[in-house]
Design a protein around this ligand. Structure first.
Ligand code: ATP
Ligand code: MG
Ligand code: MG
Length: 415
């Protein structure tokens, strides 16, 4: 059916699930990431005429490697936003590929969380209040100690406006809360700035959002700009890492779920290029929804769609970037949940780290309605995403009781 070859920057777990979906549609995927055993490469055998793998060994931030991949594929996409967006624009301009999805300009905008906020605010979307911290453009700040001093001063000043605690955030390279610092008082300004790059990285601050819950909505966008939201879900974070997801979102006010979808669709409609986007939101005690951040790719909060939606986020990403008809985003089960399998310890400190970490996965094999996904990561670190389990059921109560069995396995492993 499909002759075009897709290139993906990044070959982690999101790439792995993208490859699974692409394989079912017989779409060939070439991957760029470091090493031959990255999670997505493990399940995508691609020997060339010489018998060697045609995947590329290198960083998705390396301009030369991006060019090499681009010269071998028809359409490029990403599984992570921390790529070289300038080079993506160049390979598009040089016509090495037919398309890059989402657009390099979208990736560049979103990968700087401060510019992302400026963009969303200009479009009238609801956000927690935010302010730049110190120099606007760190690439022009030649003196790191001066930049650091300016950032510390700015945090103290912003504290007078937002109050404390406030959330200090790195503008770029953030994931799993690495890049966030909760500043509880002006006295902590210096340690917060030091922790987040010490005058070498751009920062911004957000007013603390005392949210009632966190909500996420996956949205698929076609190249022609059609947007389709998946149901809103509740996400529960522990130590700033997504831990569990419940689909669909249930609130006393049933209007919240529809409003979350509407805001997510409006936000994604403002970005250029096709593909799936993840919109993270805070549900405030007064019922207001504020956008936290947007990911320009499939997202952890959308893993559940593999088992619980008519079309998974990964298949819809394949369809969107190739201009195929988008699939239905409706739930096909009454209720679903997802729990991440996070590394319980560092492998070099605890030889049992992997075995302990995978206990909930093993337990889940005996629980009806569950599907265990292991990512094939060889190294285990505390908090690292090693796999996830999806649970579906006929009711929220059934899903919760199945989840409880898996969580008991996790409790036993952590004792
Ligand atoms: P991701 O892995 O989702 O990309 P990230 O490193 O980009 O994460 P954020 O999504 O900005 O980080 O924040 C991580 C978590 O920190 C949020 O899910 C939320 O729990 C908390 N958080 C972020 N911003 C605020 C805020 N302004 N007020 C209160 N809590 C916040
Ligand atoms: Mg993020
Ligand atoms: Mg986030």
């Amino acid at each position: 059916m499909e002759q075009r070859v897709v290139g993906v920057l990044g070959a982690g777990q999101l790439g792995r699930m993208f490859v699974e979906a692409a394989a079912r549609l017989n779409v060939q995927v070439r991957l760029l990431d470091v090493g031959d055993t990255a999670p997505a490469k493990q399940i995508n055998y691609l020997p060339g005429p010489d018998g060697k793998s045609q995947h590329i060994d290198g960083s998705f931030a390396d301009p030369e490697k991006i060019r090499e991949l681009a010269s071998q594929v028809d359409v490029l996409t990403i599984e992570i936003e921390h790529v070289d967006a300038t080079q993506l624009q160049k390979v598009l301009d040089d016509k090495l590929v037919d398309a890059v999805h989402p657009l390099p300009s979208t990736i560049a905008l979103i990968q700087d969380k401060y510019l992302q906020k400026v963009h969303l605010a200009a479009k009238g979307l609801p956000l927690a209040e935010y302010l730049a911290v110190g120099p606007e453009d760190m690439s022009k700040a030649t003196d790191a100690s001066q930049a650091r001093a300016a950032q510390i001063e700015a945090v103290s000043e912003i504290g007078k406006v937002f109050g404390f605690p406030l959330m200090l955030k790195s503008r770029t390279q953030a994931y799993d809360g690495k890049g966030n610092y909760v500043v509880k008082s002006a006295d902590q300004a210096a340690e917060a700035v030091a922790a987040l790059g010490d005058g070498k990285r751009g920062l911004y601050a957000e007013k603390w959002a005392p949210f009632e819950r966190e909500v996420a909505v996956m949205v698929v966008r076609s190249a022609t700009g059609e947007v389709r939201a998946y149901p809103a879900v509740e996400t529960v974070h522990k130590n700033s890492i997504c831990h569990t997801v419940f689909a669909p979102l249930r609130t006393a006010d049933p209007g919240v779920e529809a409003r979350a979808r509407q805001i997510a669709e409006q936000a994604v409609a403002t970005f250029g290029g096709a593909g799936v986007f993840g919109v993270e939101m805070f549900l405030m005690p007064n019922g207001e929804l504020l956008i936290n951040e947007i990911a320009p790719r499939p997202h952890n909060s959308g893993h559940y769609t593999i088992e619980a939606a008519d079309t998974s986020q990964y298949e819809n990403h394949v369809r969107a970037i190739l201009g195929l008809p988008l699939g239905s985003t409706a739930l096909k089960v009454p209720s679903a949940a997802m729990i991440n399998i996070l590394g319980l310890a560092d492998l070099d400190k605890d030889p049992e780290a992997v075995a302990k970490t995978l206990v909930p996965g093993v337990v889940s094999l005996d629980v009806p309605g569950t599907t265990c996904h292991l990512y094939g990561k060889t190294g285990c670190r505390k908090g690292r995403k090693m796999g996830h389990i999806t649970i579906v059921g006929q009711s929220d109560a059934e899903v919760r009781s199945r989840l409880r069995v898996v969580e008991e396995g996790l409790d036993r492993a952590t004792q």
